[in-house]
Design a protein around this ligand. Structure first.
Ligand code: AMP
Ligand code: MG
Length: 372
């Protein structure tokens, strides 16, 4: 609408300024003779109409905000993409669904499902992206000393988070499954993968990886500005036409609509890992889905959420889970020494930022306090 109005305004201005020029032309008519002047006037009118037409056409094609809210990867996908039509929303959604189809642990026939049911045999992945995501996860698992462990699938399944069978597993079962959760045993040779006895779970990384895949889709489509959230992982592409994107950091103790702060982002991703995201209560105790790979139990270290900002979606997703597992002290130290931008939120409502946290951060819930 704004673009159309601008086009009309431009056309109106040009037309009326030429109206003034027509008066100047009257002088010209007197000098040059009636026929020539009439011809020139006609030509000028044609040129003006052509110009106005081009302006209107361009205005009609200008990228406008296209939005959608859909569901995939067990979470809500929110998109706002500046594009000429909504086809990119569908392409982005299809990209995410295709990744889910190959990386889901529960979907029969997915690469990860086949690997987890191969009984230690090699499996040929059908998607190069699954191999790429798993390779990235293994590298980051090594870097984080196994705080992020993509081979924890057996342990995670035993807890049954998000299913009707959610319950605290037997200690002996946890010990047996932990012994099998060896990410160092996973071998990737081209598209052939062997995980030994380990059960792979990319639930802590797939959403971030999906953001990296969307970058490629939107590069190809020539999209400059977009904000896409795949659950707790968000990609701010370019800026908003009127500034940078403002991304809400959820209040871990509030409802899904409560934000404690706003981050201003351009061309970067942010992922948040929170204990509030998934869990169940048994015997009056809340058990959440981020597992300590040492004990097989949900992490209990006083943290309730960790957010990480980076250009790479995969890194933000993996690091947010890993830093949550490490805890405040070790997590801050690890993030600072690896130049990771992170925010840690504790259950006593304190916010800790890494040294030189480089993004605009506005606290909106004053119950929380920024430390350090
Ligand atoms: P996120 O929400 O990104 O922190 O990921 C949490 C999900 O990752 C869980 O639902 C599990 O599927 C998986 N997960 C839990 N604990 C770990 C861990 N220590 N390392 C890797 N993945 C984990
Ligand atoms: Mg994660």
């Amino acid at each position: 609408m704004g673009a159309l109005f601008s086009a009309y305004h431009l056309w109106y201005t040009v037309w009326h300024e030429t109206g003034t020029e027509k008066i100047d032309c009257t002088c010209h008519i007197r000098r040059g003779g009636r026929c020539v002047a009439a011809f020139e006037r006609a030509m000028k009118k044609i040129a003006l109409f052509a110009f106005a037409g081009i302006v209107l056409l361009l205005a009609g094609c200008a990228p406008a905000a296209q939005s959608s809210e859909t569901f995939a990867m067990d979470t809500v996908i929110s998109q706002t993409v500046y594009a000429r039509d909504n086809s990119i929303l569908i392409q982005n959604y299809d990209t995410i669904r295709a990744l889910e189809d190959s990386m889901s642990k529960t979907l029969e026939g997915s690469d990860v499902f086949r690997l987890n049911h191969a009984g230690g045999q090699d499996v040929v992945f059908s998607s190069a992206q699954t191999a790429q995501a798993l390779t990235g996860c293994l590298e980051l698992a090594r870097q984080t000393g196994g705080a992020f462990n993509p081979a924890l699938g057996g342990v995670v399944d035993a807890w049954g988070f998000g299913t009707e069978n959610a319950s605290v597993p037997e200690q002996s079962q946890l010990e047996r499954l932990l012994a099998e959760a060896e990410y160092t045993q996973v071998r990737i040779d081209g598209d052939a993968v062997n995980a030994g006895k380990a059960q792979i779970d990319l639930g802590g990384a797939a959403k971030g990886y999906a953001l990296d895949a969307l970058k490629i889709t939107m590069d190809e489509a020539g999209v400059e500005n977009a904000l896409v959230a795949v659950g707790g992982s968000v990609y701010a592409r370019g800026g908003k036409p009127d500034g940078s994107w403002k991304v809400g950091v959820r209040d871990p103790l509030g409802s899904t609509a409560d934000f404690l702060a706003i981050l201003e982002l351009a061309d970067s991703c942010v992922s948040t890992s929170g204990s509030y995201e998934r869990g169940f209560t048994e015997g009056g105790v809340y058990y959440h889905h981020i597992i300590d790979p040492q004990t097989g139990y949900p992490v209990q270290n006083g943290l309730i959420s960790v957010s990480v900002v980076d250009e790479s979606g995969l890194k933000t997703d993996v690091y947010s889970t890993a830093l949550f597992v490490m805890g405040l002290e070790q997590g801050l130290e690890f993030a600072n020494s690896n130049s990771i931008d992170a925010l840690f939120i504790t259950e006593d409502k304190k916010i800790y930022m890494t040294d030189g946290f480089q993004y605009e951060f506005e606290l909106i819930n004053k119950d929380y306090q920024i430390e350090g």
